[in-house]
Write a new protein. Structure first.
Length: 218
């Protein structure tokens, strides 16, 4: 007889990197029902990780969470954005928490400059750009698992990132901190901008965690 994954009232909560999930710490009472999956950066890593999780679990809900680059100039850094399947029954709760309905563009590279973000906004009409949610949501729809994207704007449409972080990704799309260190040695004048980005992403991760805790009762 074939072994099937057990039925479980589990929410699978996906983040690309640990920095996005750093403040999301479900309580002891909730942790058995909330599985945190750090997928890695990009569509290929996200697809592999989620397929593996869905083979092991039968979640009743999948959330794809983390940072997003702002494309819509009206959306400020720190804004919580969401897109939810109707079957997830999350939209009203997210609206009550102050989250904003949005369209996401799932890109193959990190959007670095204001000009790049503007071009994506004009060509797609999306409000924010990220690199994993589209493929995760598609995999879940194929398997009949409801889901939602819940992301926080870490850099607004009018903000450049201090470095081209695409150049610091390995072939497996892991962030190479050795490459970042070399970039800092070459351009030490960018250290203050990098520190500001770290401050902004820390604040964004905290806001995202507050929203997820309130949404999931964790």
């Amino acid at each position: 007889m074939a072994d099937f994954p057990p039925q479980s009232p589990t929410t699978l909560t996906c983040f690309a990197v640990r920095e996005e999930a750093r403040f999301f710490q479900p309580s002891l009472a909730a942790e058995s029902q909330i599985v945190i999956c750090v997928t890695g950066i990009g569509q290929q890593n996200a697809a592999k990780a989620v397929v593996e999780q869905l083979a092991r679990l039968r979640p009743n809900l999948v959330l794809t969470c983390g940072f997003a680059g702002g494309l819509n100039p009206k959306l400020a850094r720190g804004t919580i954005l969401f897109s939810a399947d109707e079957e997830s029954s999350l939209s009203s709760a997210l609206l009550e928490l102050g989250a904003v309905p949005a369209r996401f563009h799932c890109a193959e590279r990190i959007a670095i400059t204001v000009a790049e973000k503007r071009a994506i906004w004009q060509s797609t009409g999306a409000d924010a750009v990220e690199m994993e949610s589209g493929v995760i949501r598609n995999i879940c729809r194929e398997r009949g698992v409801p889901g939602a994207t819940i992301r926080v704007i870490s850099d607004a449409a009018d903000e450049d990132l201090p470095f081209d972080f695409n150049e610091m990704l390995t072939p497996n799309q892991d962030m190479s901190y050795a490459r970042l260190a070399r970039a800092l040695i070459r351009s030490p004048q960018k250290i203050p901008a990098l520190l500001r980005l770290h401050k902004h992403t820390t604040s964004a991760a905290r806001r995202l965690a507050e929203c997820l805790h309130a949404l999931l009762g964790s």
